[in-house]
Design a protein around this ligand. Structure first.
Ligand code: NAD
Length: 488
């Protein structure tokens, strides 16, 4: 099997037991290109119940072999897979871009690199995650083994279609689980293409499988009686349904990476240029379709006027970077599809009606494709929809504040809790505010960023559990305590 997938030769079949096969379901997915609205394909497999059962059966068969494979051998397969991803980065990115619209240099290269790195990072952990033992002074030696869960599944969104695979599949496979991937119905091609690389890397059949489909496929996985864990990234609404399905079926383990409405708090004593650069990048990267984007920007009143001038200028400059994702120099592509475009435009219209002012942007760019100007609202009512809800587009709200106490209260007055940022040159204030934020992640003089080595995830309704670092391995294993009677 050679990797010859391209937009002229799209992968459209599901990948079960190391083979591309037709779905048993007659339903299909239809995809359009967000750059111009044109039809890409209307015959992409939508996996149904029989397909899910076939993948689970394949995974169950493969599990005993995979979990007992020597650490070095498992590591080498994962390394080879990472190298293959790197080798075909351009091709994989193109398969995402055709339906996502994210430019290669500004986003595709980053998220595919993240996936490859995640496989290397987790592969490196295989022989370093050996469990614990506790001494026998009391007559019993205690050994704690980190055991894999069995058949696991990952349900991923469209906004980081390949990066999120690395965050889920790599720790699952490193710890000896089998893994079934369900990509978003909006971005199935780059995921499906990985089947070729899975086989070439040497994963045994059934260990790593791919089922394209929509929410109905995801629901089959989340409620399956023989799948032991679902790791999900997506909206809060879907995340809650998944947890409910998991509980109602077999109490499978669940990790949830959900939405955000992340605050960036900019104090009078910050480095202004740095604060503007980070906050403008945060809300425009991947066209604002980023879970941890800083979408609420709070600026202390002493520098408010200066900040807003600089931020507006930065956003006007970002508007110049919006364009055809296939063109050199484009850093910001269209929104993913018409539905998302209409959703974001709806927020902008209702925001204006609520009395907020559009300080910059707000308009569609061109009349073809789903391009939107980076948009900033000021004079925002703190109870309005644009201040409280996740928009998931290049739209931020900016508000001024007086005191640290006041702004911490407003920052935390939300059910989201994914990311927060604080900009100040006073280290005591920075650490004080960082510890008071109710969020899974905090940036000091930076915001909306992540690292493979450190826990990634949200508090409150932004998530459950953590990805990255050793936390991801723990999330895919169960500790088993073995007690040995030393006096026997
Ligand atoms: P979504 O919830 O609509 O879909 C995500 C995935 O869930 C898709 O694969 C979809 O097919 C599947 N799905 C839909 N309904 C389902 C159901 N009933 N049962 C099982 N699976 C189902 O989210 P989206 O629109 O693809 O992604 C955008 C959202 O994801 C935003 O809210 C964003 O903040 C969030 N997100 C979070 C993170 C994070 O790490 N915290 C990262 C990226 C995106």
């Amino acid at each position: 099997m050679s990797f010859d997938w391209s937009i002229k030769n799209l992968p459209k079949q599901i990948f079960i037991n190391n083979e591309y096969v037709a779905s048993k379901s007659s339903k299909t997915l239809t995809l359009n290109n967000p750059a111009d609205g044109s039809l890409i394909a209307d015959d992409v497999a939508l996996a149904g119940e029989q397909d899910v059962d076939a993948a689970v059966a394949g995974a169950e068969k493969a599990f005993p072999v995979w979990k007992k494979l020597g650490a070095t051998e498992r590591r080498n397969i994962m390394f080879k897979f990472a190298e293959l991803i790197e080798k075909y980065t351009q091709e994989i990115a193109e398969l995402s871009r055709v339906s996502l619209g994210a430019p290669f240099k500004a986003f595709g290269a980053f998220e595919i690199g993240l996936c490859a790195e995640a496989f290397k990072y987790n592969a490196g952990y295989i022989d370093k995650f050996g469990g614990e033992s506790w001494p026998q002074e009391d007559g019993f030696l205690k050994i704690v083994r980190n055991e894999p869960l069995g058949v696991t599944a990952g349900i991923v969104p469209w906004n980081g279609p390949v990066g999120t695979i690395g965050l889920k599949a790599a720790p699952a496979l490193a710890t000896g689980n089998c893994f079934i991937l369900k990509p978003s119905e909006k971005t199935p091609f780059s995921s499906l293409a990985l089947g070729t690389l899975i086989k070439e890397a040497g994963f045994p059949p059934g260990v790593f499988q791919i089922l394209s489909g929509d929410g109905s496929t995801g629901a089959l996985l989340a409620s399956h009686m023989r799948i032991r864990k679902v790791s999900f990234t997506g909206s809060i609404t879907t995340g809650k349904k998944i947890q409910e399905m998991a509980a109602k079926s077999n109490l499978k383990r669940v990790t949830l990476e959900l939405g955000g409405k992340s605050p960036a708090v900019v104090f009078d004593d910050c480095n202004l240029e740095n604060a503007i650069m980070w906050t403008a990048n945060a809300i425009t990267a991947n066209t604002g379709q980023v879970c941890f984007a800083a979408s609420r920007v709070y600026v202390q009143e002493g520098i408010y006027d200066k900040f807003i001038e600089g931020y507006k200028e930065a956003m006007r400059n970002k508007a110049k970077e919006v364009g055809d994702p296939e063109k050199e120099g484009t850093n910001i592509g269209p929104l993913v599809d018409e539905a998302q475009f209409n959703r974001v435009q709806g927020f902008i219209e209702r925001g204006q009606k609520s009395g907020a002012t559009i300080a910059v942007g707000g308009q569609r760019i061109g009349d073809k494709g789903f391009y939107l100007e980076p948009t900033v609202f000021t004079d925002v009512d703190i109870n309005s929809e644009i201040h409280c809800e996740e928009i998931f587009g290049p739209v931020s709200v900016v508000k001024s504040f007086k005191t640290e106490e006041e702004i911490l209260k407003l920052s935390n007055d939300t059910n989201f809790g994914l990311m927060a940022g604080v900009f100040t040159q006073d280290i005591n204030k920075a650490l004080r505010v960082a510890s008071e934020f109710e969020s899974g992640m905090v940036g000091i003089n930076c915001v909306s960023l992540m690292f493979l080595v450190a826990p990634f995830g949200g508090s409150k309704e932004s998530g459950l559990g953590r990805e990255c670092g050793i936390h991801a391995l723990r999330a895919f294993t169960e500790p088993k305590t073995i007690m040995i009677n030393m006096n026997y």
